[in-house]
Design a binder for this molecule. Structure first.
Ligand code: PEP
Length: 252
């Protein structure tokens, strides 16, 4: 039985005070039941203060990005070891905003995945198609290419300690959500692709859905066999909205 993971990607939002208020609200309101876990991914500058406020809770800390390099002359970058140092357990790699706006290729994403694992972090590998790709009928091909770049670089066993997030680009921040059956099809495809290498590993892998998930659509999405949680953008910025998704996971 896979545990649900509900992860909040705060992106580049809020102040120090906002971050502290948000995490405090989440810690206070999180349903205390087994079977699901919460994760928050604040901006880099607030990781340390949020880590302090998470102490004693079962809520995990993650970052939104990581350098593929270990250390050295990479001005403005943050190494995986630094994220580990500040208390992160997870890091998002390959978010579509970074693929599109920062020119991160699947090879760079694979290098970041490896760097994260080398430092003991769990990478959350984001994959997903654009609207144009979906309409052209190439959704599975696009996702296979994104997954295969990591499979070739890291090998199937690396997915023992990783999470995959299916995030259709057309559903991110748009209010359009993939329907439960539509998302399930892709999740099943992802699990099947990894199962072709190692079935028992694929069975244990958490595959999250991301794209305008909210309290009202979460129960339907989380009821699907291969959807093991959510990667939440907009609805992770208000404690009550995030907690509504947490409640759906806690009850699923
Ligand atoms: C995201 O950016 O990962 C995301 C899923 O955003 P939103 O929930 O706002 O669509």
């Amino acid at each position: 039985m896979r545990e649900f993971l509900v992860a909040g990607n705060w992106k580049m939002n809020g102040s120090a005070a906002d971050s502290e208020a948000l995490v405090s609200g989440i810690v206070e309101g999180a349903p205390a039941v087994a079977g699901y876990r919460l994760l928050v991914c604040p901006p880099f500058t607030y990781l340390a203060s949020v880590a302090g406020l998470l102490t004693g809770s079962n809520i995990a800390l993650g970052a939104q990005n990581v350098s593929q390099f270990e250390s050295g002359a990479h001005t403005g970058e943050i190494a995986a070891s630094m994220l580990k140092d500040v208390g992160c357990e997870y890091v998002i790699v390959g978010h579509s905003e970074r693929r599109a706006m920062s020119g991160e290729s699947s090879d760079i994403v694979a290098a970041k995945f490896l760097a994260a694992q080398a430092a003991g972090l769990i990478p959350i590998l984001c994959v997903g198609e654009t609207l144009q790709e979906r309409e052209a009928g190439t959704t599975e091909k696009v996702i296979d290419e994104q997954l295969d770049a990591v499979l070739v670089a890291a090998g199937i066993d690396a997915f023992e300690s990783a999470v995959v997030a299916y995030e259709p680009v057309w559903a991110i921040g748009t209010g359009k959500t993939a329907g439960p059956a539509q998302a399930q099809d892709v999740h099943q495809h992802i699990r099947g692709r990894l199962a072709a290498h190692k079935p028992e590993l694929a069975e244990k892998l958490q595959i999250l859905y991301g794209g305008s998930m909210k309290g009202d659509n979460a129960p339907g999405l989380l009821s699907m066999a291969d959807i093991d949680g959510g990667l939440i953008g907009g609805a992770s910025l208000k404690a009550n909205d995030f907690l509504a998704i947490a409640a759906a996971a806690a009850q699923s």
